[in-house]
Design a protein around this ligand. Sequence first.
Ligand code: DWN
Length: 407
Amino acid sequence: MNKCFICNKNSSETILDLGMSPIANNLEIDIDQSQTAEKYPLNLSVCRSGCNHVQISEIIDQKKIFNDYFYMPSVSKTLTNHLKEISKEINKKFKIKSDTFILDIGSNDGTFLESASNFSKNILGVDPAKNLSDIANKKGIRTINDFFSHKLAKKIKNKYGSADFIISTNTFAHTPKINDFVEGMKELISDEGVIIIEIHYLGSMIDDNSFDTIYHEHFSYWSLNNLNNLFSKFGLNIFDAYVLPVHHGQLRIYLSKSKKYKKTKSLNDLLDKEEKEDLIGKKLKLFCKKVLKIKSNLLDLFEKISNDEKIVYGYGAPAKASTLINFIGENNLKYIYDKSHLKQGKYLPGTSIKIKDPSEIQYDKPDYIFLFAWNFSKEIIDDLKNNFNFNGKLIIPIPDLRIIDID
Ligand code: DWN
């Protein structure tokens, strides 16, 4: 049994073992360093003490993961537009004034705050990645380079006052220090202020068989009921929640100290749906069984491609690719294409697979492309057709393995 991040009891039982995996986003410049990258057990576990929290079993020092971080939402038009929509949505729902204090926890390269600054200049980001905080500060987005914590929240409150809005996209699941993180948000948010959290949703992971979204930087895998139980312990009320199709299925929740915000039908319907389908029980158990079947189907496919003496390269070097490849093996993959300049020229950790610019597709002419960034298939298929002259076959592994012709 592992220690549960919520109740701190040794009551978290492993339910899925994905083998030994490196830190997914720690891309290496040197092939030898990549092949000998340190690997850690990658397991999913569930707390049996009653809090039902779903998490990974192995806690890796967050500094090793986030100090130098290669993931930037701005590489994707889909994600950039999504983040821009959030500030418009907040303004539409709650009205942002020119001096409204907006804090972004996990602000990355400042993409969200850039759009928020169209409504208010009183913005602040917090992000532990030095390389990304530097990019944001150079763009004039005031960013504190640190991990968010209750201690930091007190410092921010003393210097800037309480926040009217706290936004946190794809960050809340990235810390094992959950209780301290929540204490910090409660410390900082004003009495009638609104916190908006977006995280990858456990229900979508299960429905889409997206086991590749399990990696060490995703410390927790949240259901809405588990979030509701957690925040109500701290006197924070979730009053709205819904699932968004972006990324691999994002859950967005709205919460406040104030009880003035009426709970929405969407929130109550999703809470009921999770209970009815026994999300953390029966459904999660079936998901774990299905992962092993997916692995054997993928291995059969790579064997067939190798026997047919065809070339298959990857597209997209997301963190998900590290989990998937370290789970099924490198097989005959030699290269992965990725538009991110932070990733090109580096190797996928734990492998000898080099990441290169997609403009080389037209020269390499692979017979197959394996789409690791399957969550952006529309945007990427357009690129492959119109900009990279790929006319081979595209393998889309998730949610169900399919091979399509790009023409
Ligand atoms: O929670 C997290 C999610 C939200 O994003 C982070 N922990 C890490 C990250 O996960 P990921 O690495 O799986 O993210 P993406 O956004 O699915 O990665 C997509 C990759 O594909 C990026 O490296 C960029 C690349 N890409 C590309 O080469 N061409 C993306 C698009 C849209 C493209 O057209």
